[in-house]
Design a protein around this ligand. Structure first.
Ligand SMILES: [Zn+2]
Ligand SMILES: [Zn+2]
Length: 126
């Protein structure tokens, strides 16, 4: 029996602050709620030394990567520089309908294994 723990994307916001010359502070940070983002934006607007505050929606992965393909093979491969250590050779691929997928090619059967799993509308790049 294999237990699969898929990755899921957690939505957050990454803000960036541009400081007036001679001043320094936090430049970029990620927050996980609209309330926290709003607090930062309001604080930045009141701060005369911040020239610009911008933010964008970002997604960060949460959960554990699946380490077996759908046939139960291990997806771990030796690290290129340290062959005695095993790792997931992950590649993050973009997707037009979701934040993206981690792609691993199964070393045994060559299956393209996506984590999080593809939805029926997903069309990941390579
Ligand atoms: Zn496989
Ligand atoms: Zn997708």
């Amino acid at each position: 029996m294999f237990y699969h723990f898929w990755v899921r994307w957690i939505r957050g916001w990454t803000y960036e602050l541009r400081w007036e010359r001679g001043y320094d502070g936090i430049r970029a940070r990620q927050v996980d709620s609209v309330a926290k983002l709003r607090a930062v934006v309001e604080w930045a607007r009141r701060n005369p030394h911040i020239e610009k505050c911008s933010y964008k929606v970002t997604y960060s992965p949460e959960g554990d990567m699946v380490e077996t393909c759908s046939s139960g093979h291990s997806l771990l491969t030796p690290k290129p520089n340290q062959p005695y250590r095993m790792e997931l050779a992950l590649k993050l691929v973009g997707c037009p309908v979701c934040p993206g997928h981690y792609l691993t090619v199964c070393p045994e059967c060559g299956e393209d294994f996506y984590d999080p799993p593809l939805d029926y509308v997903c069309l990941p790049g390579k």
